[in-house]
Design a protein around this ligand. Sequence first.
Ligand code: PHE
Length: 443
Amino acid sequence: MSVNAGDRGVWSSKLGFILAGAGSAVGLGNIWRFPTTTGKYGGAAFVLVYLLSVGLICLAVMLAELSLGRNVQRNPVGVYKGLAPGTPWKWLGILGVITGWGISSFYSVIAGWTLGYIYKTASGQFTGQSPEGIAQIFNSFVSNPVLVIACHAIFMFITMLILFGGVKSGIEKWSKILMPLLIVILILVVARALTLPGAEKGLEFYLKPDFSKFSGEGVVAAMGQAFFSLSLGMGTMITYGSYLSKKDNLVSSAVWVASLDTTIAIMAGFAIMPAIYAFDLDPTSGPGLIFVVLPNVFNAIPGGALFGTGFFVLLAIAAVTSLISIVEVPAAYFIDEMRMPRKKAVMIAGVGAFIAGIPAAVSLQFLGLMDTIFGQYSLIIGSLGVAVFVGWKWGISKINAELQEGNPNFSGQKIYGFFIRFVTPIAVTALLVCRILFPDAFN
Ligand code: PHE
């Protein structure tokens, strides 16, 4: 079945994929959620569990998604229809497409805030404000529906413009420009944070595990964070994998993406923890940390307006390279399954996500609800589904053959089989049960 071959596309090189894949993985999850949850769960102990989750549970799921995508060269629905025709497995793909819509709707709202904050920081609106004044600016900004919806619209529009360009001249081209820029800005912000007087206390909190502040809840939060951060469970990596060539080595590509994502999350902690401690702020203050706490820091340091603006530009860049990968999932579904031209597919996916995001734009509570349903439950269920599908339905010999394409010496079949059939499904089921039992762990 040749489906709009011209509208599907392929990456031009392995590097192109790695940067696009890392662009997807590195997002608000790394710069905003990772440091704030690390702060909430006692610093280094959380980081340790996070690293174990990435290595022992998530990497197997990433390999599974990339292999499925490259094998069938379709969106998630097309993949399950292709490999298990006439079975209910296609609903796992449909869940992914719906999740793409759900996440992109609220993700674009938060990404829109970063645009507002770039403007506010650059124009000196925080300068000379008291902490209460800064909190007040945040509250009045997020409760101004016109402004928030306008920023959400602009952000979604930029995302659609990139996606109009397709895989090579849209996603890949922009990832190649924006990811190096992100890394440069992050290094500058980290350097500034580490040289603040009093930074050591923050480093100690971040690097020296204190298990007395850690809990079962922290384990659950660390695992959930790892799936979100690696863009797993909704078919983003299936879709990006579907643009990979048979010549590429999937194992090393996945390891690259996971390592870049993890390194950048850890670096974001180095940017934020020292600053929090240098100013005696509360590392456990949750999501408000970035938008309410950090402007205080930028306010107080020399060159703060510049670094503050740089920081929010960093956040916006991280967000846009992720949002394109989220909207691409429904877009690829329309291209493959409904045979739509790319522009029309992107229009429907993007405008649909914009409209779906309006309730989240006007209500923080609704935004939190969308995050819980789509950013957490859906991704966990989707990851469990992928592991069970690959481990028990598609089968280890099939994925092994796919992993050997472009990597003929791959010999990890037994170990991989053990992880994807047992370790991952058991760990993810435990995560799902705990997520239900400890709802607070994710807020
Ligand atoms: N990984 C992205 C982040 O860390 C979010 C994301 C989730 C992207 C799911 C794609 C799919 O912000």
